[in-house]
Design a protein. Structure first.
Length: 276
């Protein structure tokens, strides 16, 4: 049992190095999930995971769940759920994530809030509980927060800033492991009701600059395609989404040149949704 744990832990270290030390809490398809953040037409339950300010543009309450098997390994499963709630005083978001396996896993629970400041600016904030569990050695936790703002330059062009953990919290009582700070700027363009493009440049502490670029296109009213690339890990991601009444189901896949394929499944539900 101990030998198996050591081998699995070494595997996680090697994969983390190949992925530019990205945390397991962050899905490989995170750029896919957050693609609609810099748009007025394509905001969904997961958009605020890229920028909390996007919550302000939700028209209906919505919920979603996403699961992926990173590089087809049982030890690297990732599950994330998100809820967006609309209110008269602003919109709220709740996010919960689990990554890993029995002998090592990471969790995150986040509560977000966003509102409009006039017609041109949206702002948002999120507070997170981060946990790491290693049964052989114990548990550790840390609190962090995120800030986001989005400027609607026009009805089609949108730009924003996002800061994750600017104060650099640390895990555990001894506080030996530091949570990385991440800074990002993003821009999106609603070319039409069917076609949308987005680009985000992010800088994680002690890591090279990463560029996430992608697009969404509605082939027909019920069917959309999303695709893009992440430069730091040389990863490609693509997905097809099918809308049936208030539900949308996306089948996704991410490709890493060295580590292989990461399949995923996304399910979204919109409350009180209206026909387009």
């Amino acid at each position: 049992m101990k030998r198996k744990f050591i081998l699995n832990f070494l595997l996680l270290i090697c994969i983390s190095a190949a992925m530019q030390a990205q945390t397991l809490r962050r899905p490989v398809a995170a750029p896919y999930l957050g693609l609609g953040a810099y748009s007025l037409n394509h905001v969904d339950a997961f958009s605020f995971t890229a920028n909390q300010a996007s919550l302000a543009q939700l028209k209906n309450s919505t919920a979603g769940a996403y699961g992926e098997r990173r590089f087809l390994l049982n030890e690297l499963n990732n599950y994330t759920a998100a809820i967006g709630l609309t209110t008269k005083g602003g919109n709220f978001g709740v996010k919960a994530g689990y990554s890993g396996f029995t002998d090592y896993n990471e969790t995150q629970i986040g509560l977000a809030y966003a509102r409009k400041l006039g017609t041109k600016i949206d702002v948002g904030v999120q507070f997170n509980y981060n946990g790491v569990r290693i049964p052989t050695y114990g548990n550790s936790s840390a609190i962090s927060f995120e800030l986001g703002t989005i400027l609607h330059i026009s009805d089609k062009l949108h730009a924003g800033l996002h800061v994750n953990n600017p104060v650099g919290g640390k895990f555990g009582k001894e506080q030996q492991e530091k949570l990385s700070s991440v800074y990002a700027i993003g821009v999106g363009y609603d070319a039409s009701e069917k076609f949308f493009i987005s680009c985000e440049i992010e800088k994680e502490e002690d890591q090279p600059i990463n560029v996430n670029a992608g697009f969404q296109y509605k082939l027909i009213k019920e069917l959309l395609v999303r695709a893009g690339v992440s430069s730091a890990t040389s990863s490609l991601w693509v997905g097809l989404g099918l809308t049936v009444k208030s539900f949308r189901i996306d089948v996704t896949s991410a490709f890493h040149s060295q580590l292989g394929v990461t399949p995923g499944l996304l399910v979204l539900f919109n409350f009180n949704s209206k026909e387009d």
